[in-house]
Design a binder for this molecule. Structure first.
Ligand code: ADP
Ligand code: MG
Length: 542
């Protein structure tokens, strides 16, 4: 974003009132506060869950900021900006969504007080930006180094991200997350989130969750006579259906005699037979098809001793291509041996009564699957989100190579340093920087409240602890309901989760503060400019 000081405009649909100047600003601030308050109580291991029921009656129980906001179906453009913020935090660093939204809410709320004191939005924005840059610097100063060799630190980070969310299984699950990431890191320098697949399978319980060194598909082999165990599999990936296309309605064939019918059937059979012959000629022993497979094609494949799976998800097909080295084939006409991938072992195994396909020993070992077990859909879905956050946290840690202590300790320390910095800045910006520091303290305050502690007392004790540099790891130990040195307790988090939350929530707060006009929708709204973020915002030349 540039330093352009122009103000933004939000377009609302026809029939809405136009709000100007202060009214517009106040309304937007109110919405941002409301949305941020909605997720605030979920923060931390002692945070509460939210139960969300959609129009169809589907229930989601979640503690994850991004998920809650997504399910809340927020209509207001400002609310949508916060949903975007959470989503962005998730995409960039994989954890810290609630924190980001809480900080953004805090920033606009403090800005409201400053506006009351007649401080111009552009001064507030300037102060916030200075504070945000300094905060990133301070987080870096207080951070410590971590590398992929420090398995214990990575385990601590995974566990911190999961505390309070996976019940008594966080040790098992954090072990699985770190083992999975270490395994894929052996082959690729750049670890990508897609390299770890989470496959949910209802039944059993969380402690039965396993890490599989390869790719697992929740699919059964299409035909009972196909081999269920394949050593050194030669794998063909097909993105089109192994079927004869239905003739188009206009091109319906008129069949007038039994001979013609027989000829037609023969021709269909022949087409399918040719397909299978072509597959067989490549030497493939396993066919994974993204679409359907005709019964007759299944029969021919079984006769040829080729195992087949149908309706494999596109994301899995893509993953399999990378893992096995196979090309994704669309037309079988030109298929050759060169298109095939390989895996040392492929087998079908019953899990909770259903066949699942395991593809292990791929030439690219950078792909693993967490086979997640649990007693109900809700448990599986929420644990999936928790695992996803932990995976994000560990990957971010490896990428940034730095961590800080958790429990609001880094926020308290950075807030103290910011307040010192503000004194040197002076002027009205000083007030904005101080406000920014107080916003960071909302994190330890909220954690204290969630542990049943008095928020103000806790902040006061933490501030005094932090006067001495040896105590800079002190934060809220919510599990034991006290303040403690979180670094010593090995409750730690990646730095990028902190810096990303601070930077992007500052940007969102800035965008909200720049808006001084909400105008009812125009009749000829240009296409591709839907309501809400980011299309519906007049971004000016920001
Ligand atoms: P987010 O979506 O922001 O990641 P979480 O609900 O995961 O929200 O909570 C993260 C916050 O909880 C962080 O501020 C982190 O320091 C804190 N936290 C995690 N584990 C602990 C713990 N054992 N004690 C105190 N605070 C913790
Ligand atoms: Mg988290």
């Amino acid at each position: 974003m540039s330093n352009n000081q122009s103000q933004n405009t939000v377009f609302l649909p026809e029939g809405s009132k136009r709000e100007r100047g202060k009214d517009a600003q106040r309304m937007n601030i109110m919405v941002a506060k409301a949305v941020s308050n909605a997720v605030k109580s979920t923060l931390g291991p002692r945070g509460m869950d939210k139960m969300l029921v959609d129009e169809m009656g589907t229930v989601t129980i979640s503690n994850d900021g991004a998920t809650i906001l997504k399910e809340m179906a927020i209509e207001h453009p400002i609310g949508k900006m916060l949903v975007e913020l959470a989503k962005n935090q998730d995409d960039e660093v994989g954890d810290g969504t609630t924190s980001a939204v809480v900080i953004a809410g805090g920033l606009v709320s403090k800005a409201e007080n400053l506006l009351d004191e007649n401080i111009h939005p552009s001064i507030i924005i300037k102060g916030y930006k200075m504070a945000s840059e300094k905060a990133v610097e301070y987080f870096n100063e207080i951070s410590e180094k971590v590398t992929i060799e420090d398995k214990q630190l990575l385990l601590d980070i995974a566990k911190t991200s999961m505390t309070g969310k996976a019940a008594e299984n966080s040790s098992i699950l954090s072990g699985i997350v770190v083992d999975g990431i270490l395994k894929i890191s052996k082959s690729n320098k750049e670890i990508e989130r897609e390299q770890i697949k989470i496959e949910q399978k209802i039944g059993g319980n969380l402690s039965e969750t396993k890490l599989i060194d390869g790719i697992v598909l929740d699919k059964e082999i299409v035909h009972s006579e196909m081999p269920k165990n394949i050593k050194n599999a030669k794998i063909l990936l097909v993105s089109s259906a192994l079927e004869v296309k239905e003739p188009e309605t206009e091109a319906k064939i008129q069949i007038t005699s039994p001979d013609q019918l027989q000829a037609f059937i023969d021709q269909e059979e022949q087409t399918l037979k040719t397909m299978v012959d072509r597959i067989q000629a490549t030497g493939a022993t396993l066919v994974l098809c993204q679409k359907g497979i005709d019964d007759l094609a299944q029969h021919y494949l079984a006769k040829a001793g080729i195992t087949a799976i149908r309706r494999v998800r596109q994301t899995d097909i893509e993953r399999l291509a990378k893992a096995t080295g196979a090309k994704i084939v669309n037309r079988l006409k030109n298929v050759t041996t060169k298109d095939l991938g390989t895996a040392e072992l492929v087998y079908s195994k019953k899990i909770a009564g259903d066949d699942m396909l395991f593809i292990e020993g791929c030439p690219n070992p950078g792909y693993v699957t967490i086979l997640l077990r649990g007693t109900s859909e809700q448990v599986l879905a929420e644990t999936d989100r928790t695992l996803t956050d932990a995976i994000g946290a560990v990957i971010s840690t490896i990428k940034s190579g730095k961590f800080v202590a958790a429990g609001g300790s880094s926020e308290i320390e950075v807030a103290l340093r910011l307040k010192n910095f503000a004194k040197g800045v002076g002027g009205r910006e000083q007030l904005a920087i101080e406000a920014f520091a107080e916003v960071l303290e909302i994190i330890p305050k909220t954690l204290a409240e969630s542990a049943g502690l008095d928020a103000i007392d806790t902040i006061v004790s933490l501030r005094s602890k932090h006067q001495d540099p040896v105590n800079k790891g002190f934060g809220v130990d919510v599990v034991n309901g006290t303040i403690a040195d979180m670094k010593k307790k090995k409750i730690i988090e990646p730095i990028s989760v902190k810096t990303q939350a601070v930077t992007s929530s500052t940007e969102v707060a800035e965008m909200i503060l720049r808006i001084d006009d909400i105008i009812a929708g125009q009749a000829n709204k240009p296409k591709g400019m839907p309501m809400g973020m980011p299309g519906g915002m007049d971004m000016g030349d920001m």
